[in-house]
Design a protein around this ligand. Structure first.
Ligand code: ZN
Length: 125
């Protein structure tokens, strides 16, 4: 019986996460919204973003030519530009390598601020 109520609690928590209650004021917020309609706090789905800087470096190095790191960070617009630029002397591969160095040198706090505390738009840089 106690096991069942435990599972029920887990389900309740999952349902609450899906509906998207504002962690700050408790207002109901749709999951696709980036901020609370009442207090403008970041919505749980945005707050839960946890893009890894190290994985971003790796993706820019190895798959930078097809913009994998851009897709990973949510900037799919640039990802498409990278793929489109690939036939031109592999310029996006070179840019990807430069970006790997850039992300590697970026302080983790700044990376968090830019890519985890908010959801970048498709053409954000
Ligand atoms: Zn709120």
């Amino acid at each position: 019986m106690s096991v069942e109520s435990g599972a029920g609690q887990v389900n309740n928590r999952a349902n609450r996460a899906n509906v998207g209650f504002c962690p700050k004021c408790g207002a109901v917020s749709l999951p696709e919204r980036t901020e609370c309609p009442v207090c403008r706090a970041p919505s749980p789905s945005v707050a839960a973003r946890s893009r890894s800087r190290n994985l971003t470096v790796l993706l820019s190095l190895i798959l930078g030519g097809i913009g994998a790191h851009k897709f990973y960070l949510g900037m799919w617009g640039w990802g498409i530009v990278y793929i489109a630029a690939l036939p031109f002397a592999g310029i996006s591969v070179l840019v990807g390598i430069a970006e790997a160095a850039h992300f590697h040198a970026m302080p983790p706090e700044e990376f968090d601020l830019r890519y985890n505390k908010r959801k970048p738009g498709p053409f954000d840089w």
